[in-house]
Write a protein that binds this ligand. Structure first.
Ligand code: HSE
Length: 319
């Protein structure tokens, strides 16, 4: 076997108060990665892609490409010297807060592990996937990679050691995602992290912990209303929403049209709203679009459900 192909889905991180802690896999977009081992043994990594249109532009150099960073680290740790080609077929739009680098990184770690029969344990595999986040965020964060790998709703525990807690989302959880058509900077997540406050007043921290606990309770009770109640964030959203034109109007519109809550998806600029029925979905989608349009921003709007994650993509295959 010389190649292995894997798929990994988009994801939304934070869900409001769960900065770097909460992730939810989204059955919306998918990245496909094919890892091929070449005959030569120079330890060289090459990157190729089938479709590279403007909305899917990703860096090609190994230092700034998420998939290459994952392969580089795994090659080093497992002393693998083969030349490796990474074929990336982007489905997740990069730079819009939908776990694009995570999807590529997760599918890469998964495929590389299978190709070389490494049998890496799942926590290490997620940790290798997080290497890819350095390309856009400058640091490893686990919310997107863990949910993209494991599916469902994930709580990241970082201390004293890396652990993940998974909940199956309620059947009646629907998400409306709005992607504004605005330019995003290179290394967008790093930029979006650099504007965050280093500390916060205790009352904001208390509100956020209360809301984050409510979200977890909502997943535990499979109660979408309860999940939505916890989405309000006093620390990150007030700062990052300034980078999203029309954000307040988009949120107000969505809630007036039947969404239970709306927040920023990951580091933005996409937004994500929570619904407990498909019935209002069309109205909410129009409302989100209208909110962006009021700020002269075009947008794409989608309805989706949670995803089961890369581990459960039935198309994972080798050849
Ligand atoms: N938790 C990360 C952040 C997610 O908000 O910076 C980035 O997608």
């Amino acid at each position: 076997m010389n190649s292995f192909r894997a798929l990994a889905p988009s994801s939304t991180a934070n869900l409001g108060p769960g900065f770097d802690i909460f992730g939810l896999a989204l059955d919306l977009f998918v990245d496909e990665i094919i890892i091929t081992r070449k005959q030569e043994q120079n330890g060289r990594i090459t990157i190729s892609t089938i479709k590279q249109n403007d909305s899917m532009k990703i860096p090609y150099d190994n230092e700034n490409n998420s998939a290459a960073l994952v392969v580089k680290k795994m090659m080093k740790d497992y002393s693998i010297k083969d030349n490796i080609d990474i074929q990336i077929n982007k489905g997740v739009p990069p730079g819009y807060g939908l776990g694009s680098s995570a999807a590529s990184s997760v599918a890469t770690a998964y495929a590389f592990d299978k190709l070389f029969h490494l049998e890496t344990n799942l926590i290490d595999l997620i940790s290798y996937s997080a290497e890819g986040e350095k390309a856009s965020a400058g640091v490893k964060h686990y919310d997107n990679v863990a949910s993209s790998m494991l599916g469902g709703f994930i709580i990241v525990r970082n201390f004293p050691s890396l652990e993940f807690i998974k909940f199956e989302p309620p059947e009646d959880l629907y998400l409306v995602v709005g992607i504004p058509n605005i330019p995003v900077p290179n290394k967008k997540t790093e930029v979006a992290r650099s504007i965050l406050p280093g500390s916060s007043p205790l009352n904001n921290v208390i509100t956020n912990i209360s809301n984050a606990s409510t979200i977890v309770a909502g997943f535990a009770y499979k109660d979408v209303n309860m999940i939505a109640k916890g989405l309000d964030d006093k620390i990150v959203e007030p700062v990052r929403k300034r980078t999203i034109p029309g954000y307040d109007k988009v949120k107000e519109n969505a809630i007036n049209s039947g969404a239970l809550a709306l927040t920023i998806s990951g580091a933005g600029p996409s937004v994500i709203s929570i619904l407990n029925t498909e019935r209002h979905a069309h109205k909410v989608m129009e409302a989100v679009k209208g909110g962006f349009a009021a700020a002269n921003i075009e947008s794409k709007v989608y309805l989706c459900k949670p995803s089961k994650g890369a581990k459960n993509q039935d198309k994972i295959s080798s050849y």
